[in-house]
Structure formats: C-alpha cells, structure tokens
Design a protein around this ligand. Structure first.
Ligand SMILES: CSC[C@@H](O)[C@@H](O)C(=O)COP(=O)(O)O
Length: 356
C-alpha cells in the first residue's frame, strides 16, 4: 500500500500526523480552516505541495456543509480564509499560488450570471479536490523527467547512487513525491543502485520521514548525518544530488530545507550534478531572486531538544532558520512536470509556454 499523508472525501479531511512519525502512524481530523492553519504551522503536515493541498482542502471541508445567502458572501469567505491560510508558514510559495488561483476562480464564478450560489460552491469544491490528483500526476512527470536527465548525463553507464535531503516524498505531497519521485522512478527503471538520505537536522525530516518512506517501499537506502555529506561525496561515487524546493525565484535561486545550500557547495566541489525537483506551483516568477524570499525562523526548542530530551546546554542562544537559499549558479537543472530547465532560462521558457 502506498503511503498516504492526506485522506480526503467530500466533507472529511484527515492527515497523517508527521510529528508522531516514525514512532506512531496516527491520522488527525482536520475539521476546518483553523485546524488546517494549526496543522501547517505546527508541522503536523509539511512539505510545500502538501501544505497547499491540506490548506485548500481544510477550506473545502469547512464550506461543505454550509449554505450561503449570496455568491458575494461565499466569495468573501473564500478570499479571507485562503489569505489566512497563506500566513501559516511564509517560505513555501505553493499555498500562496493555490490561494491566488482559487480566489481568481471565485471572482470569475461570482461574475458568471449563469450559475447560482450552490453551483458556485460545487465548482469551487471540485477545483480544490482536483489538486490531489494533479499533484500526483505532476510528481510522476517530475520523476520521469528527473530520471531521464540523470541517466542521460552519466559519466559512466549503470545504476546510480543518489543523495537527497529533507523529505520530498509521499509525506510531503499528495503521493509519489518530487525529488523522492525521481528516486522512485530510477528504482522502477532498475537504475537505482542506492539512495542516501540526510538526517536533516533539526526537525529530522530525513531520518524520521524519508527513511520511513524508503524502508516502507523497500528501496536500497542509507541514512547519513548532515555533517557527512562531503565525506559521502568523496567516498561513494554519487551520480547526482536531487532535492526539492519551497520557492524557486525567477532567476533560479531556490529556497529549500536548511542545509541544502551547503550540499550544493559540496556537490560543486566534487563535480556532482545538483538538481532541484519541483512542480511549477513552487516557482515564483514574481520575485527576481532569492534575496526576496522570506526565510521562516522556527523555535529554539527544535534545536535544543529531541522530543522531551534536552541536548543543548541550558541558556545558549540559538539561530534556527528553517530554510536556506541555494544560488542558481550551483544548480544543474530544475526538474519540473513540464521538463528540465536551466536556472538561467527558467523565466523565459516558463513564460513562453504559459503564454502559448
Ligand atoms: C516536495 S517537498 C519540497 C520542500 O518543501 C522540502 O524539501 C522542504 O524543504 C520541506 O520543509 P518543511 O519544513 O519540512 O516543510
């Protein structure tokens, strides 16, 4: 059975509580927008695509049982609640892009005189529900495009060893995953010799979540600590690094989980290709560069404690940025569902096919 981070039926939403993994697999009911906001903010659900999906579906379950006296009232409800959900976490752009698209849809439906308020609600719910399948389809396309570019550029043919960071798999998406989707596709093609995943301190998405997915799917995998990446690239003949993204700026600079930037620097030093795998919903053409990305800072406690156990000296100051920005110059390619783009051509090529 594939791992399922989000379970949805009209009027009912449940998420796998990622704070409890890998010790417990427990689903948590999300009964509306307030629950959705809290689950995202507390990181019970995390990963850029999953944040957007759960945010939007939390609105879907909230409006499902209600009746609205006018289309204007429904539109106001949608706009206010979606903008509120965007505020739950600042760095990943997917929730913001989804909110903008759904608000634009609600505006169009409000103006459409051929439909009443009930039909408007149905059309809005259908658009929100469609996000789940679209994300899985996009991830499969990312997987295929990523496997193909990695295999095409090999110095020596044969099954490959890959390094990945953080968690970008079924738990971070509607299913299959982005960077982990590339790893899954290589495995399906029998071209994956081994995947290495980093622990990803301090929240340990690699050790707790990616490792959980890799063991679940029985992929050949090994966990390494974040501090081992240089040694790994020197010793283990890694063919490529593949990571996800929370926001890719128009020039290709990419915000992703803290630690990504240093891995990119190490990859360049060892002449190992460094790929970012992300759906178009993670690409923010509105901002020119990574300097404009807001980096979320998380509580000290994530660094000073593991569970209830304190591991840092009491009284020490902490700096805990959840993400960093990898400059475009260190990125070999941005793997999307629509192809692989060089960071330098990202804006012009995406704009061209969006306008076509
Ligand atoms: C497909 S998930 C892509 C990114 O969101 C992922 O790499 C990441 O940085 C997740 O950060 P998180 O803080 O766990 O939400």
């Amino acid at each position: 059975m594939p791992l399922q981070s989000v379970k949805y039926a009209p009027g009912k939403l449940e998420i796998l509580d990622q704070l409890l993994l890998p010790v417990q697999s427990k689903y948590l009911a999300v009964k509306g927008v307030e629950d959705g906001w809290k689950a995202i903010n507390k990181m019970q659900v995390r990963g850029a695509p999953a944040i957007a999906i759960v945010g939007c579906l939390s609105l879907a379950v909230e409006i499902f049982p209600d009746t609205y006296d006018s289309k204007k009232t429904l539109r106001q409800e949608i706009e206010g609640k979606l903008n509120y959900l965007v505020s739950a976490r600042p760095t990943a752009v997917n929730m913001k892009i989804a909110a903008d698209e759904l608000i634009a849809l609600a505006n169009d439906l409000t103006k459409d005189d051929s439909i009443n308020v009930e039909q408007m609600k149905e059309r809005f719910l259908a658009a929100t529900e469609a996000m789940l399948q679209k994300d899985i389809d996009d991830n499969r396309a990312i997987g295929a495009n990523g496997a193909s570019i990695i295999l095409k550029n090999l110095k020596k043919e044969g099954p490959v060893r890959i390094l990945t960071h953080c968690n970008t798999g079924s738990l971070a998406t509607a299913g299959y995953g982005t960077a982990l989707g590339v790893v899954r596709k290589l495995h399906e093609l029998k071209k994956l010799e081994h995947v290495y995943c980093t622990e990803t301190r301090p929240y340990n998405q690699g050790a707790r979540l990616t490792a959980y997915e890799l063991v679940h799917d029985q992929l050949p995998a090994t966990l390494v600590l974040d501090s081992m990446v240089a040694a790994l690239l020197r010793a283990k003949n890694i063919a490529a690094v593949v990571v996800g993204a929370d926001r890719v700026a128009a020039n290709g600079d990419t915000a992703n989980k803290i630690g990504t930037y240093q891995i990119a620097v190490i990859a360049r030093h060892h002449d190992v290709p460094f790929f970012v795998a992300a759906p178009l919903t993670s690409i923010d053409l509105q901002i020119p560069s990574g300097d404009h990305i807001i980096i979320e800072e998380r509580p000290d406690r994530e660094m000073t404690h593991v569970g209830e156990h304190r591991i840092a000296a009491p009284g020490i100051n902490c700096w805990n940025p959840a993400f960093d920005v990898t400059p475009a110059s260190l990125i070999s390619g941005i793997i999307t569902e629509r192809g692989v783009f060089s960071p330098q051509k990202l804006k012009s090529e995406i704009t061209a096919f969006l306008e076509a």
